[in-house]
Design a protein around this ligand. Structure first.
Ligand SMILES: CC(C)(COP(=O)(O)OP(=O)(O)OC[C@H]1O[C@@H](n2cnc3c(N)ncnc32)[C@H](O)[C@@H]1OP(=O)(O)O)[C@@H](O)C(=O)NCCC(=O)NCCS
Length: 207
């Protein structure tokens, strides 16, 4: 059983990034990737103009916590002080509370294309897995993706998630039938991977 609300201590600092709630001043940074057809190709966002991005940003400013099952925690990924372009928002990382009873979450992310290939998305997603398993007590975290989304599948494997399913032509997505992959990780797999000597003992015993 998961306790609500999820009200994480923000920002979360990683070696190169800060994860924090969105602010209205983030609009110019968000527009770069919300308006990029390549970024939204495999995710259920339209290509957004400035007005549409402002509306999307407005809802994100209220998604820095989760108060009920079915909601997404949505954090802006900001470049930290060590990085060129420090303070720039380069993407977002998400964690949905899928089920309180089953202690199940879902991971998501999207990044600006011009900073791809540097491991920033991996770093942000790993921090959110840690939050889900170690702070919120999730038992299982899944990720669903378009089967053509190779960069996302590589990222999930890099984080240690297992591919559990390949659904064939299960979604009519942006005008065509598409396949979906499901990846997952269990709390004990996270613990084994991140704390292999077993001394940290982050996972609540009840789970
Ligand atoms: C999915 C997505 C976030 C992946 O971005 P990415 O740039 O590949 O991911 P990272 O920032 O973690 O970078 C990883 C790459 O950098 C390399 N890298 C360089 N330095 C690294 C470091 N310090 N740590 C980890 N990886 C590093 C890795 O080897 C990897 O390269 P590879 O993909 O060729 O194997 C990005 O493609 C995206 O935003 N896509 C659009 C939105 C989307 O589809 N979201 C997923 C919905 S399911």
């Amino acid at each position: 059983m998961v306790n609500l609300p999820w009200s994480p201590d923000l920002p979360i600092r990683t070696p190169r990034l800060e994860l924090r709630p969105h602010r209205s001043a983030d609009l110019d940074d968000l527009l770069v990737y919300h308006s990029d057809p390549e970024v939204v190709r495999y995710i259920p966002w339209p290509v957004r103009d400035r007005v549409q991005t402002a509306a999307a940003l407005d809802s994100r400013t209220r998604q820095g916590q989760v108060t009920a099952e079915g909601q997404w925690l949505v954090l802006a990924i900001e470049l930290g002080a060590s990085e060129e372009q420090a303070g720039r928002v380069i993407g977002e990382v998400l964690l949905k509370l899928d089920s309180t009873t089953d202690a199940r979450g879902e991971l998501g992310y999207a990044m600006t294309a011009d900073v791809a290939g540097r491991g920033y998305a991996t770093e942000a997603a790993r921090a959110v897995l840690r939050l889900g398993f170690e702070e919120f007590g999730l038992h299982r975290i899944v990720a669903r993706l378009d089967a053509r989304n190779d960069a996302s599948a590589r990222l999930l494997r890099r984080l240690g998630l297992r591919q559990e399913a390949h659904f064939v032509r299960d979604e009519f997505f942006k005008g065509e039938w598409t396949d979906t992959l499901v990846f997952a990780m269990l709390a004990e797999e996270w613990e084994q991977r991140e704390n292999p000597d077993g001394r940290a003992g982050h996972i609540p015993k009840a789970l």
